[in-house]
Design a protein around this ligand. Structure first.
Ligand SMILES: [Zn+2]
Length: 331
């Protein structure tokens, strides 16, 4: 074999290696303290502002090939090759800002995203527990409250700083120490103990995406995925309960959208939040793939567990950190 043939062979091999590498970005709320309702939430629930998302999408367009969920599923099946520098953009929790802020920006940039929906928030029109927790602690009258050992003991709420720190502590307790798969009842108890009246369902409805909006996004080329039904800590449920969560949510979305729902995102997405039974349930429920939040920046689609695909959270700025995060790896 001559030098040129070897060089061509190496170049082809390299192209093949680089072609099936994928970066999956994960976003949560887009926005900030721009409205009365938003201002009541804790700052930590926002991934970035819409202006930053706009800049990040511009950078992605310059530096990456943004692919669709179908392209990724086909690559996992081995029937299609991903373009070099492939990136998939995903959003969790189907908050109202995904429709009003992220969706128009994606369209303007001629890109598609995957939106993961917990169907309970869709059917019951209520916002998720961590938003209600932030809102509760921000609204509570100043004072000292004893939430009990399970929730981190006494909290003193005075200024913004003490409230932000209380939100952090309670959230950590719920995530790490509680055994409740569904944290919503825990937060309702906290609201009672802090003497805070939560917004009515009518008011909460403003914060979540509607079925009609979701269908509109799907028609416009966005992919809709499942984020379970009640956003539980899956590993705190029995294998049967896990399967029920994944099946119910898939059925609700498919009834609404009339297309197969191919992808799942595990709620919370850390290694301590889902387990082998979750991965088996994802397969049994008929999903083509499932995503975690374990933060690896690049995956090789020919060589991964399709029910455990890594995503990483996008940086809150469109500065060098974000740029480095999408360019640092040789892709
Ligand atoms: Zn979530």
């Amino acid at each position: 074999m001559g030098y040129v043939a070897v060089r061509t062979g190496v170049a082809n091999l390299l192209r093949q290696v680089l072609r099936n590498r994928l970066t999956v970005l994960a976003y949560h709320r887009i926005g900030g303290a721009t409205s009365q309702f938003d201002a009541l939430f804790d700052d930590s629930v926002y991934s970035c502002t819409d202006a930053v998302l706009d800049q990040q999408l511009t950078l992605l367009r310059q530096m990456r090939n943004v692919v669709t969920l179908d392209q990724v599923c086909d690559a996992l099946d081995g029937v299609r090759t991903l373009p070099p520098r492939a990136a998939l953009i995903t959003f969790d929790d189907a908050t109202q800002d995904h429709y009003s802020r992220a969706f128009p920006l994606l369209r303007r940039h001629n890109m598609t995203g995957v939106f993961f929906v917990s169907t309970r928030s869709l059917t019951e029109r209520t916002i998720e527990w961590w938003n209600l927790l932030g809102l509760t602690v921000k609204r509570a009258a100043a004072g000292r409250y004893d939430l009990g050992q399970a929730l981190g003991g006494p909290v003193i709420l005075t200024d913004d700083e003490s409230r932000a720190s209380a939100i952090k502590t309670i959230t950590a307790q719920i995530k790490l120490s509680s055994t409740a798969a569904d944290a919503l009842p825990v937060v309702l108890t906290i609201a009672k103990r802090l003497g805070v009246e939560l917004p009515s369902v009518d008011q909460q409805t403003d914060g979540v995406i509607s079925s009609a909006q979701l269908a509109e996004m799907q028609r416009a080329g966005m992919a809709i995925g499942s984020h379970t039904h009640s956003h539980p800590f899956l590993n705190r449920l029995s294998p049967e309960q896990q399967l029920a969560e994944l099946t119910r949510s898939k059925r609700i979305l498919e009834d609404l959208l009339q297309v197969p729902v191919r992808a799942l995102a595990y709620p919370y997405g850390q290694a301590s939040d889902y387990d082998q039974h979750s991965r088996e349930a994802a397969k049994l429920a008929g999903y083509d793939c499932a995503f975690n939040l374990l933060k690896r920046r690049v995956v090789d689609v020919r060589n991964i567990d399709r029910f455990d695909i890594h995503r990483f959270p996008a940086a809150a700025d469109a500065d060098y950190r974000f740029e480095a995060s999408i360019s640092a790896i040789a892709v």
